[in-house]
Design a protein around this ligand. Sequence first.
Ligand SMILES: [Zn+2]
Ligand SMILES: [Zn+2]
Length: 375
Amino acid sequence: MASQEWLEKDFYAVLGVPQDASKKDIEKAYRKLARELHPDHNPDPDAEERFKGVSEAYSVLHEDKARAEYDQIQLMKSGRGGFGGMHAGGGINFEDLFSGSGGSGGGFSDLFGDLFSRGGGGSHRRGAAQRGGDLRTHISLDFADAVKGTTTEIRMRAPGECETCHGSGARPGTSPTTCSRCGGRGLVTENQGAFSFAQPCPECEGTGSVVSDPCPDCGGTGATTKDRIITVRVPAGIGDGQSIRLAGRGSPGERGGPSGDLLVRVTVRAHPLFARDGDNVTLRLPVSFPEAAMGAKVKVPTLDGPVTLKVPAGTPTGRVLRVKGRGVPNKGDLLVTVDVEVPASLSAEAKEALEKYAAAAPGADRSKLEQLTGQ
Ligand SMILES: [Zn+2]
Ligand SMILES: [Zn+2]
């Protein structure tokens, strides 16, 4: 069940394994990444997308038949698929001959010239479909929007699919025609010494089609750069400095390659009262000494309107009281730190009352200081 998508995806890179990785190594790499990226454990908004990618890569690579099919498609894409067409005596595995050579020095490399000069692995050769580059931008969010999630629009000057020709590069009303040199294969066969092998067609750059009447707006490239408005869905609980990846919103690919991604880095503006501790929101609550000593019901602001918080009798300064469900939605709480305030000055009446209190109540217990230091 190979698909167009297989052409565009580097499953080996996704799992971080070499192309000759054993089944066991693939399994090991998958397990490790799946653990790290599972959305239940990883709050990073990119993690879910990566988790899906990793699962997809594994589903293909751990099955011998699917993996072989995928490898074949990748070979075709890189142009090395030409080996399939070689008639150089049966049984020689050219992949083995060249793996790791990096194209430098020695027999076959000389023979094939710059065909291998870019080496194997994730590199591409001229003529192959190429993924567009990632674009980066940044947004700044209010504290509450970052906690609760929001949808925002960014305006940016960026390359994207030409709207006139919808990326085909051909003048509207016309369409790209099949390349006459390669007959649409995208590959041409060259003879060199005893071998004949395929390489990307120079006429159509390996795409198999040519634009004879280019689109006037993009000059046949299929892409234009202009001011665009991009809608960004910000997940609840995003942290300052985290990035949101918008798949496929980066630069358009070349020669049929997929678009890159748009990475939106998020800055969260500080709130004068609230702060974050992971998925929890924190707040310092000034409480008077009588409230702390005798207990009180205190109105406390939250990001969703006020709540009444019960401060139990005998609450010391620094104690943290939890208001359930008032942090990151479905994840966090509001943590209220009690801050017992001492008045900076006292009225005569208040002073008199405190003197009465001091006479009636035990003083602060400093016995330990003496016990432990002898002073
Ligand atoms: Zn166009
Ligand atoms: Zn061609």
